[in-house]
Design a protein around this ligand. Structure first.
Ligand SMILES: Nc1nc2c(ncn2[C@@H]2O[C@H](COP(=O)(O)OP(=O)(O)OP(=O)(O)O)[C@@H](O)[C@H]2O)c(=O)[nH]1
Ligand SMILES: [Mg+2]
Length: 255
């Protein structure tokens, strides 16, 4: 997949010395975020700039051919301006999972992670996860949402979904399957071999983490309300989750 990626790395005219390879890479999912992504990425960039080891930000601006969406050009300008950033801008061949997988494939770090770019996860959550990864012997660090600003319906759906998940997959007793950021040690990420190109990618990761016996930590996070756009999650998304849960528990993907 890597060879297919259009990865435009910022060229550094003033600095001929080669940068050290990143120790940590973070992929930011920018899908259809347009101008809203600028502030999010600038803030994330300034958070990572405090790290005393090499890092990179991979900005995933995959797009649909038929849809009016200025995200790829807006993100390309950010990549021109901000050092240590990469652009992934491919015509979409899947939903969230495909963006996640193409973003992670472009990450070169020994530790790599992914976060939504819509601002619902606070930047501080990245710091908290990275701190745990660096100081403990863990394979996967993620958050779980203790407070949710996106309303009671989403809270109830998420509660029911996580309950059903724990019943079906007792080896994967995690609090909140879909929460991000998710950070991986590279060796663990490679073992996961994520296949889902849709919303089930998060669940696939956590099912496999349980099956592989990965060392996982979950940290609490306050999930913010959605600002400036309507929710993308609908009844079709829920049906798709249920169909996939069935496949991984009883169907072709059970192990
Ligand atoms: N909805 C959607 N999100 C995508 C897709 N590809 C990548 N993403 C990214 O996935 C991340 C999570 O999607 P969200 O729709 O925000 O998921 P959510 O927070 O559970 O739900 P809402 O914010 O209520 O829509 C976003 O940051 C998007 O950038 C896609 O095809 N559809
Ligand atoms: Mg969201």
């Amino acid at each position: 997949m890597e060879s297919e990626l259009f990865v435009a790395e910022r060229s550094r005219q003033a600095a001929p010395a080669k940068e050290a390879p990143p120790f940590l890479s973070l992929a930011v999912l920018c899908y259809r975020s347009e101008e809203r992504i600028v502030h999010f990425v600038e803030k994330m960039h300034s958070v990572l700039s405090d790290y005393n080891f090499p890092w990179e930000l991979v900005l995933v601006a995959n797009y649909e051919k038929e849809r009016e969406d200025r995200t790829p050009e807006i993100v390309a300008k950010l990549v021109e301006r901000l050092p240590k950033t990469k652009l992934v801008a491919l015509e979409k061949r899947g939903r969230m999972g495909w963006d996640m997988v193409t973003g992670l494939a472009a990450c070169d770090g020994e530790f790599l992670g992914v976060v939504d770019g819509d601002g619902q996860f606070p930047h501080e959550a990245v710091n908290a996860c990275v701190g745990r990864l660096l100081h403990e012997d863990l394979d996967l660090v993620k958050t779980y949402r203790v407070l949710r600003g996106d309303g009671p319906v989403r809270f109830a759906l998420s509660f029911a979904y996580n309950g059903l998940f724990r019943l079906l997959f007792p080896a994967s007793r995690y609090f909140d399957i879909n929460s991000k950021p998710k950070f991986f040690r590279r060796s663990a990420y490679e073992k996961l071999a994520i296949e889902s190109t849709d919303w089930f990618a998060d669940a696939e990761i956590m099912i496999k983490a349980g099956r592989l016996g990965l060392r996982v930590a979950e940290l609490p996070v306050h999930y913010r309300e959605l600002e400036g756009r309507y929710s993308f999650v609908d009844a079709g998304t829920i049906l798709e989750f249920l169909r996939n849960l069935w496949r991984y528990r009883f169907g072709d993907k059970r192990s």
